[in-house]
Design a protein around this ligand. Structure first.
Ligand code: GRF
Length: 203
């Protein structure tokens, strides 16, 4: 029986699309629910167009009260019988109120080779540091930001003339390879991390 996966996003949702695409083929997960804190998120419009079930809990009426927002999210999620959450560009920091009931059942993708560059502006920071390689990480979520056991990483080279945007695009392409693969492995009970190198011969 397939596991019900909820995907959380705040933006265009290209990682969500990659996850949905993989789950629509032979995969142990089913894209049961697409969740956002923003009704205008591009990913929500796309998901609706695909006939996927969506849920929006707008954080703004909570006026910075993270605990109240997270309690509302937990309550809204409860009827959906979700087995696993994939955070995919979900731009709200989650506290232990939300994380603790989902700990061990919630993954995140972060655009750096963690533990390097937790938080924002990861591509600019990698360039400023003069790194020769960069990449992305899928990890289990804990209540510490961009922390938690690593389940997989994809490495990309940094080129001499890279800008943050060029580097971000190179990393994003690998995010779309890494996340569906790690999700599949995780749902099959594999928690040993996997490390991918970018195959730059692929278009
Ligand atoms: C990705 O780079 C992801 O790693 C980061 O936010 C971005 C989301 O992109 N957390 P998208 O909405 O999946 O296109």
């Amino acid at each position: 029986m397939k596991k019900n996966v909820a995907i959380f996003l705040s933006g265009g949702g290209s990682n969500m699309r990659a996850l949905v695409g993989a789950m629509n083929a032979a995969h142990p997960g089913r894209p049961a629910l697409i969740v956002s804190n923003d009704a205008q998120a591009g990913g929500i419009a796309w998901a609706k167009g695909q006939g996927l079930e969506t849920l929006v809990v707008d954080h703004r009426p909570f006026q910075g009260d993270r605990v109240a927002f997270e309690r509302a999210m937990l309550a809204a999620l409860a009827p959906h019988k979700i087995d696993l959450i994939c955070l995919a560009g979900f731009m709200r920091v989650l506290t232990e109120v939300f994380v603790s009931p989902w700990q061990g059942r919630m993954l995140n993708i972060h655009p750096s080779l963690l533990p390097k560059y937790k938080g924002l502006h990861t591509h600019a920071r990698a360039l400023e540091a003069g790194d020769q390689e960069h990449g992305c990480t899928v990890h289990l979520v804990t209540d510490k930001l961009d922390d938690g056991p690593i389940l997989g990483q994809a490495h990309v080279p940094v080129e001499a003339d890279d800008t943050p945007d060029v580097l971000a695009a190179r990393v994003l392409k690998q995010e779309h390879r890494l996340y569906p693969l790690v999700l599949e492995r995780f749902l099959n009970g594999i928690t040993e991390p996997i490390f991918l190198n970018a195959d730059l011969s692929q278009p």
